[in-house]
Write a protein that binds this ligand. Sequence first.
Ligand code: PHE
Length: 333
Amino acid sequence: MQEKLENILKACEQALEKEQNLNDLNNLKAAYLGKKGEIAALMMTLKDLSNEEKPKVGKLINEIKQQLEALFEAKRNALEQVEIEKKLKSEAIDVTLPGLKKSVGSAHLLSQIVEDIEAFFIGLGYEIKDGPEVESDHYNFEMLNLEQGHPARAMQDSFYIDPNRLLRTHTSPVQARTMLESGGNPIKIICPGKVYRRDDDDQTHSHQFMQIEGLVIGEKISMANLKGTLLAFIQYFFGKDRNIRLRPSYFPFTEPSVEVDVYSEEGKWIEVLGAGMVHPNVLKMGGYDPEKVQGFAFGIGVERLGILKYHIDDIRQFYTNDIRFLKQFKGGR
Ligand code: PHE
């Protein structure tokens, strides 16, 4: 009997060594320790033994049974440990992997330029004004001394919505609106905004672009004030070494009118804005007495300034929103 039991123990040890998974382990345990297992079968044989032998053999079987139980318990723990380790490994997070970068955006270059220009004029005491992009013929043209059929309307090919409404062709209608609002009081405003003209888009033309209108009205406002303001602005924007040149020009709403050129880095004069003294008719329509007050006005081409300052080769770059282009201008105020 002793030998038989030791053989069972040995066989079980060998079987356990090969065991790799918990399910099979349970089956094996049933084969040895279950109701129909080997130990149970040996227990059954006890009844055939003499009274003297019974307790000895019973004790022996019990010892082996306990050893077997301990073996199974140890193996179960070992297999469970392996299982846990496997799980941990499969769920592990590789902290050495580079993380997902949150890309931080920035203001669009056009917004940056507008904000920069606003900051300059706010410093001079100007207010920022706004106006509608869908404008009436009345404000876009008539109030600016461009009556129906005026030949100068042809300079600003327009997108009409109906005979009386159009996408504004310049920010100048905000001049007229501000004059009427202000009830004859002095004015000092700039108005940045989008404007629209029927144009075939190419490297230097866009059917939509930005202007910044300026308007100053008060007593004893002169052309010298206009020139001084524009020179200070250009030197703020491009650098102290820049000079400007005023060329006589024509706008129906200013008299005299000028075209303003900036001396470029390439040694050429480049036109950047139109300006002039507010026309007496425009002052009158706006509720001012041209005998008592004067005004100057200017209209800055925002993209033009940007193209010059940042050496941009195509005006469409401002609108196609190519991230590779925009990323180069992640500054801003
Ligand atoms: N509105 C003019 C344009 O778009 C520019 C301008 C504004 C000229 C104010 C003079 C005064 O061409």
